[in-house]
Every structure is written in C-alpha cells, then in structure tokens.
Design a protein around this ligand. Structure first.
Ligand SMILES: Cc1ncc(COP(=O)(O)O)c(C=O)c1O
Length: 468
C-alpha cells in the first residue's frame, strides 16, 4: 500500500487560493493558531481539482477506501470524518425502515438510539450481565441473542457493540451464524476494535466473524486524527448503494483532507508495520507487573491492550485512583471498582514502568484500608420491548414530574447508574417502581446517576400521557 493522497496534498503548490476554506492555506488564520499549526495549514484543503470527491470518489479517495477495505478484510469501506457516530447512523439508515423490529444490545453507544430516532425502527433491548467483582458490563451473550431471535421472529437486524469499552467481545462468529440462518442482518459497533485485524493475538474481527456492517472508530485505537472512522460492508445482505446513500445523508459535504490523509497514513502504518508494533506492545503488556488485579476473563475474548486494573482492594474507586495518578498519568475510563488504561501505538515501555512504579507507591499507602464491597447490580431484563419507539418518544410532548408521580408513565429520558453505565430506563420505556427503587438504591450507595435532566433524580421527564 502507498499513500497517494498524502503525496497529492504535499504537492499542492498554488499561491493564489481563491477557494474555501476561508483561511486560504493558513494566511487568513488568526496568528496564535498559525503559530501552533504552522505550514500544515496550507494542506487544510477540501475538494479542489486533483483531490477527488468523497461523496463520489473516483481517484485517490476511491483507492484509499479500497485499500482500507483490503486491510481490514471487508468488501467495501467508507471513510468517515465525523466519527463512528456517522457510521452507526448510516448503518441503521441503510438497513432499517420505520417500524422494523431490531434487536439492540442495551449497552450500545447513544448514537444507536439516535439511529433509531432517525429510522423509526422499533427496538427490542438485549440485556447484559454485569461483573459485580469488577463493576463492569459484559458483552451481549449468544444465549440472549438466540432467545431474542426466537421471541421476535420478524426482527430484521441485530445491533451489538463488541468489544466493550473494557475490551470484552461477544461470541460474534456463533451469533453471526445464528442470525444469518434466520435471515437477520448483523451490525457490529467495533468502535474500540479497529486494530484487531493487525495482529493474530487480538480477538477475531467482527468482519472475520461474519458481520454484515461493521463500524470502526479508527481514531480510538489507530494512528489517525480524532473524528476519523470507517464503515465496512461485507456480503450481499445490504446493498452497497444503500450504504453510500445513507453515508451521504449524515456526512459533511466538506470533508477535511487532513482527516482523510490521516486515515490513509494510519492504514499504511498498519499494513506495513502493524504486526511488528503490536508484537512489541503485547510483550510489554504481558510483562507489566501491577500490585492491583488485572481483568483477565478467560471465558470471554478480550483485547489485551485494554488494561483494566481492579481498584477495590485499595478501598478506592477508579476515579479515586485516577485522581492519585494525575496530572502526569491520565487513564481512559474509571468505574466504581476499576480503572481502564488504553495501551496503544504511542505507549512506550518507559510509560508502563512509570505507571507500575506509581501504582506500587499508591498500593503501599492504601494497603491497610478496607477493600470496597462488590457492587450490587440491579438485574436488567434479558429481553425487553419499550412502550414507544425512540422516534415516537423523541417527537412526543414531554413534562417534568416528581419521581414518585412518574411511575407507570413513559420516560422521555435515558437514565443509567454509573458505574456501570448501562441504562436502567431508556427513553420510551415505562418507568417501573422497581426501576426507580434500583436507581434510588444506587444513589443511596453513593453512586452517580447519568442521563437524567435532574441528576439528583427528584424529578424526571416523562412523555405527556395525553400524547401517547
Ligand atoms: C461503543 C462506541 N460506539 C460508538 C462511539 C462513537 O464514536 P465516535 O466518537 O468516533 O463518533 C463510541 C464513542 O465513545 C463508542 O464508545
């Protein structure tokens, strides 16, 4: 693989840029930013002659998308410059029609709910187990998918997130085989697993497992700029023209060529150096010695580069430990009982040594403190259908009522205890007394409630009854 787009960008020599963007090759940019970004501003270009057009690519961008598809193992790839969010929206718009039933993991990113609002599809939510020792959600299981497909035989598609934020993967090959035999399309949000194709010791990719549409947030784990992502298609269950149309619907008409060339460079790096880089990183991570337990679920495929360390033995939450490590060490994701670090392309052996040293010092300080008790996680329904679709809920009249008065009404907001962040109530679901009790229990235990307009949860927004 080569990097023709980067070469074309670097070769741009024109001295009279009568074109957008407004800073015109940096000259019109405010001085402080010009001082920071320097000559690179001359390459902040959009569609000018020779640079191809992302909406209808025929040159360097068509080649780039083909090279990315080949590197990742898909039949077709679409470059995205507004994150995996764009890919999730496009995947749902390409697959679903209003009122279609779709099986959706309850742990999905909120962009999936946005996609349901846009399509008008009717979700059935698939529950996930929560590991109470670690305080983190597990991926959707095969059994849950099998049960849901049996209970909702008219379902058209399944939408799963795999890997989870902590790097745990669903058994995608078995799920793909099961749902394909029953005529469903499998959409996998692989936002955190874009690197899986580039070393055999990573879990299988969603594409290798047989998924039809796969969304990868390249900026999360690969060497590219923030906002860059890729949508992949394989097989014939979804027409490529429909995907192209859907991408055009949600993507900007002025993609940044900085972002596109960053995707190209990241693909080039993976193809030529990925194996070697990951081999080194995997050795360092395997040798990492921490005084804290490390998440290693032998029963679930796991990304070895997501380093999740248990903080409960120190009597600390993940956020407590993170505060001790800052400002020089910044982790990715704190939970109530653990802290997750992303080991990635910029990680050095010295960084891992520094982290280990700091952890040993903190461990000595906190060792005598009592360990945190395991978290009590309210049971989530394995398979549940909301009263209203996200779209109907979105367009309904709403009102704010005291929490007690909200029971048996339809929620207009999605509310989750954090950790683990899996919604107890999703907008469109009926607010049950049990759900309210569970949320109040989390609050009483000092947990945080996210998503609610009133974070104290004294009030809640419901769909106005007359409107239902
Ligand atoms: C599982 C998952 N899917 C999708 C997204 C959206 O990705 P992006 O920020 O690239 O739009 C995220 C972002 O955190 C995510 O965690």
């Amino acid at each position: 693989m080569t990097h023709p787009l980067l070469d074309i960008l670097v070769q741009q020599q024109h001295s009279c840029p009568f074109h957008t963007p407004g800073h015109q090759r940096g000259r019109g940019m405010a001085a402080p930013l010009r001082a920071l970004w320097g000559t690179a501003l001359a390459q902040d270009l959009s569609e000018i002659p020779g640079l191809d057009n992302l909406a209808a690519p025929t040159g360097a961008l068509a080649d780039l998308q083909a090279a990315i598809a080949a590197a990742a193992g898909s039949d077709r790839a679409w470059c995205l410059v507004n994150g995996a969010t764009t890919g999730v929206l496009a995947a749902l718009l390409a697959t679903l029609e209003p009122k279609d039933v779709v099986l959706v993991g309850r742990n999905v990113h909120h962009s999936v709910i946005s996609g349901l609002i846009l399509t008008g599809a009717q979700p059935v939510y698939l529950g996930v187990a929560v590991d109470s020792l670690w305080g983190i959600p597990e991926p959707v299981s095969l059994a849950t998918v099998v049960n849901a497909v049996a209970a909702y035989p008219t379902a058209k598609a399944v939408v799963l997130v795999s890997p989870t934020y902590e790097g745990l993967c669903s058994p995608l090959a078995a799920i793909a085989q099961h749902v394909h035999e029953r005529g469903l399309t499998l959409i996998v949000d692989e936002a955190h697993g874009s690197h899986f194709a580039f070393h055999p010791r990573f879990p299988s990719t969603a594409l290798a497992a047989g998924a039809d549409l796969v969304i990868q947030s390249w900026h999360k784990t690969l060497g590219t700029l923030t906002q860059t992502a890729v949508l992949h298609l394989q097989g014939t269950r979804v027409a490529p023209e429909r995907v192209s149309h859907a991408v055009t619907l949600v993507q900007t008409t002025s993609p940044s060529y900085w972002l596109l060339s960053a995707l190209e460079a990241a693909a080039w790096q993976m193809v030529h150096q990925g194996y070697e880089i990951y081999d080194r990183l995997l050795q360092w991570v395997a040798a990492f010695e921490s005084p804290l337990p490390r998440l290693e679920r032998l029963d679930i495929p796991q990304d070895p580069l997501r380093l999740t360390l248990g903080t409960w033995p120190l009597g600390l939450t993940g956020a407590d430990l993170e505060a001790q490590l800052q400002p020089d060490i910044i982790a990715e994701l704190p939970s109530g009982r653990s802290l997750t670090f992303c080991v990635g392309l910029g990680t050095t052996a010295q960084m891992l040594r520094t982290l280990a040293e700091r952890l040993w010092v903190i461990h000595q300080t906190y060792q005598p403190v009592q360990s945190l008790p395991p978290i009590a996680v309210p049971p989530l329904p394995a398979v549940s259908s909301p009263a209203l679709s996200p779209r109907t809920t979105y367009f309904s009249q709403r009102q704010v009522v005291p929490l007690a008065a909200a029971i048996d009404h339809i929620s207009a907001e999605t509310i989750a205890p954090y950790p683990p962040g899996i919604p107890t109530i999703i907008a469109g679901e009926v607010i049950t007394a049990a759900a309210v009790a569970e949320l109040q229990q989390v609050q009483a235990m000092g947990g945080t409630i996210i998503g609610a307009t009133d974070p104290q949860l004294n009030q809640i927004t419901i769909v106005t009854p007359a409107d239902t």
